[in-house]
Design a binder for this molecule. Sequence first.
Ligand SMILES: *Cc1c(COP(=O)(O)O)cnc(C)c1O
Length: 461
Amino acid sequence: MKLPYAEPFRIKTVEPIRTSTKDERMKWIKDAKYNLFNLKSEQVFVDVLTDSGTGSMSSSQWAEIMLGDESYAGASSFYKLKGTISELLGMEYFLPAHQGRAAENVLFSALMGNEGQGMVVPGNSHFDTTKGHIEFRKAKALDCTIDEAFDTTIFHPFKGNIDLSKLEKVFKDHPKEKIPVCIITVTCNSSGGQPVSMQNIKEVSELCRKYGIMVFFDAARFAENAYFIREREEGYGDKTIKQIVKEMFSYVDGCTMSSKKDGVVNIGGFIATNRKDIYEKASVFNIVFEGFLTYGGMAGRDMGALSVGLRESTEYDFLDQRIGQVAYLGHKLKEYGVPVQEPFGGHAIFVDAKRFLPKVPKEEFIAQTLAVELYIEGGVRGVEIGTLLADRDPETRENRYPELELLRLAIGRRLYTDNHMNYIAAALKNVYDRRDQITRGFKIIREAYIMRHFTVELERL
Ligand SMILES: *Cc1c(COP(=O)(O)O)cnc(C)c1O
């Protein structure tokens, strides 16, 4: 019998979490204006809002916390992390930042300053903060993801892939000076934690080189992407994760990284690149926005913990359990008939809210409606990946209705047990059993100009 995956760790410290009643939750979510970001963490039982910064650090990472060198300049913790990045990613230059979006701010400032009018940044479904930084500068993020990504019923092993003909069209339609970079997000968060194949990375890289365009990873989940390449792409089954990671990065000019994901730390980010010119340009902005070059918004101890986290998350056993646990939840939900995106993503299960709640009109925020119902049912906090997140068109100010309305259940690294997965699945099944009674959603009573999903206030219809 094939042995199942099991946690490649044992538990040394536990953090109690609280249960609550349905009546309490109905009141809390109303007070929170039906925005799950407004809930207090003690009002949540199982928190699958995000896998960002929520992972559990290992004993080796905690040991690094004590070893942290807090010197303003030249800290040994900086050099430890620089060494790890150079060894694992093959990138010579590195700038620490306090999180992923800060690294994006620095990179896009270096590439387009404050004013990106007329510029375009192609890629595979840019993450919301990436898109935010591009649109804030009045440039455009152009989504070149393959069409298969938008149909949750199709099985495609690499739904994060970029469509080369869409990308080439962007290159043909715009002068080179207007395309500062192409961004490959690995894994592709916005299309459902879906991986990009090595072949696609290589072909995108070749096409970019042909047109003289720089290519960067948005590398938040690079290790998970490498795991999928090992599992699904021919020729990689007997390679180590670290070998695959090295090859992936050999095709790009650099990356921005949110260390809160595959870095398995609670805060942090960085830019890594082999382009000295980009490093030099970005350094100036890093000092202005983040801090001196050898800490950039991170404490020395956190850089040390990140250095260890990157090594741990690129171990096969770590990824096998992590991605195995996410798939375990996916299979449970499928068993109950709940419509979920397939193949399962690396960090999260995405519930297809349009198929789950076909009676709720799209103008009433289908996935948000489902997220609220799941919270009321079991104190489980997921997140809407739908119309609220897609925001308004920056020019017309009309709502953008994405092809998919998804409820994301993102699983923290080394955070919950499989019993918590059983609990989430049971809660969602109960909502599914009463789905016919859910026919109305919400209307917006207050929203911000950009990235509205974090602070939006809603009213029940
Ligand atoms: C989380 C994330 C970011 C932004 O990183 P933060 O650390 O949250 O600022 C950017 N891109 C992707 C793909 C992400 O998942």
